[in-house]
Structure formats: C-alpha cells, structure tokens
Design a protein around this ligand. Structure first.
Ligand SMILES: [Zn+2]
Length: 145
C-alpha cells in the first residue's frame, strides 16, 4: 500500500486533512462539486442532508481536503444555525460555519469524480456514527457563532 492509499484510509481522527478551510475556499470547493456531472459510486444517495455513511460508500476514493474546525483546543459549540425554520436533518439547512455540526467537519473530495463532501462523526453516549453531507454552495453561510 502506498502513502496515498494510507492517507485515504485514515478516519476522522487522523490529522490528514487538518489544513483549515476558510469561507472562500469552502465556497470554491462547493461550487466545483455542484457542477460535477455523471455517475459515481460516491453518490449512493444524494447526500442533500446529513446521512449515515453506508458500508458501500467508496471510502478508498475519498481524499482529505481540510477541516472546518476552528481551534482544536477549544471545545466547539453545539449551537445550530436555522434562521429559516430548518432543522439538523433538513436538506435545506444552512451549512453554517462555526455552528454545529459544521464546526466539527472535515472536507473530503472524491478522487474519481471530484465531488466534495462534509463529514464528521456524531458521537452519542454509546455510539459513534460517521455522517456525510454534500456541499451545496447556496447553503453556505458565514454566521457568527
Ligand atoms: Zn465520486
């Protein structure tokens, strides 16, 4: 196995992809992702809203791009941002920088098709569930925490 494969295999707890992504770069990634056409194994469902990462998801094709975590030494807020009545699971929920769960996300990009995704691990008392969401540039907001 070469280094690239090792890197792609890493999970959210590794430091691969700890480059910080700002608003402009996030928008650029989302715009580039949203115009990708054609089939790919990574679009098992539209990922318009948060969804659990299925076992069939092509992890091996995901490359870390960076992180939305502000400061790893400060606990990120659990406050969500829903000014228009959306909720966590809404496909129309804002992708709000500095708000939960985006303040815990890493950004990955599919090496096959170029689509980019947000992902993080939702940790409850007795479980940890990896979740993923597609990046829609129209939903990205730079909201004050
Ligand atoms: Zn893909």
């Amino acid at each position: 196995m070469n280094d690239r494969q090792n890197e792609a295999k890493g999970d959210e707890n590794t430091m691969a992809g700890d480059k910080q992504i700002g608003l402009d770069e996030l928008l650029a990634l989302a715009r580039a992702s949203s115009v990708v056409d054609g089939p790919c194994a990574c679009i098992v469902d539209p990922h318009g809203e948060w969804s659990r990462i299925q076992a069939s998801f092509p992890e091996q094709d995901m490359r870390p791009v960076g992180t939305l975590v502000d400061d790893p030494y400060v606990e990120a807020t659990f406050a969500e941002f829903h000014p228009d009545g959306t909720h966590y699971w809404s496909a129309a929920a804002p992708i709000a920088l500095r708000h939960y769960p985006y303040n815990r996300c890493t950004v990955v990009r599919c090496a096959q098709c170029g689509r980019a995704y947000l992902r993080y691990v939702e940790a409850g008392g007795y479980y940890a569930e990896p979740r993923i969401r597609a990046m829609n540039p129209n939903l990205i907001v730079d909201a004050r925490a």
